[in-house]
Design a protein around this ligand. Sequence first.
Ligand code: AMP
Length: 235
Amino acid sequence: MRADLDRRHEPRRIILLGPPGAGKGTQADVIASRLDVSHISTGEIFRANVDAATILGLQAQSYMDSGAMVPDELTTKMVSRRLNEDDVVDGFLLDGFPRNLNQAEFLDEASRTTGNTVDLVLELHMPAEEVVQRLNGRLVCGHCGRSWHAQLNTTRVDGICDTCAGPLHQRDDDREDSIRRRLELYEQQTTPLLTYYREQGKLVPVDALGPIGTVNDRLLAALDAHAKTDTTARR
Ligand code: AMP
């Protein structure tokens, strides 16, 4: 079905929005490799900096551990640097950024200067009760960073990553108090972005409930629909 699509019309600059635990990281990996664009996860970049004990990591860690947002000044500086790297010229998939209106406006401004404006914003839509259940059981590989789940997405051997055989652990910010804080922040600060991008005609909501493969099919269908609309609009 996809073979007849003109790949030049596929979106190349995408934002993936959704509450923590909606599966953004897992889905972002699949979409980024399907479109052959770079997956940029601000959470991953911060975690790598914390692990490597860089200055940025030391500055970000206390915010992250308590489930708070890292200040915009640090975050936008880091994203700006990343968006100027060579691999991003052909497209990107942003996961975890922007998270508030200030960051969205920063991104719009940065894109105006580079001409790399966002084509599409996919919203992984999930009710809050489901989010808590998912985050409570989430396990992350300490080696490759892949996410698993104690009940919903299990590994062949308990505690060991199927992909790289690394050890699984719970993220520090997946404790219940941090989860609650992150959800509150999502409601207060990130949901206004849904209106912001809807008004720009870029928002496409996708149901995030169900098995990973089903959600992935829905996202790929949304990408196809966008490419078709774009092709029609150009005729
Ligand atoms: P995530 O992996 O996206 O859930 O992010 C983990 C943590 O990194 C968040 O709880 C924040 O502390 C921090 N973080 C990630 N992205 C951002 C962002 N765009 N703005 C501020 N803090 C962020």
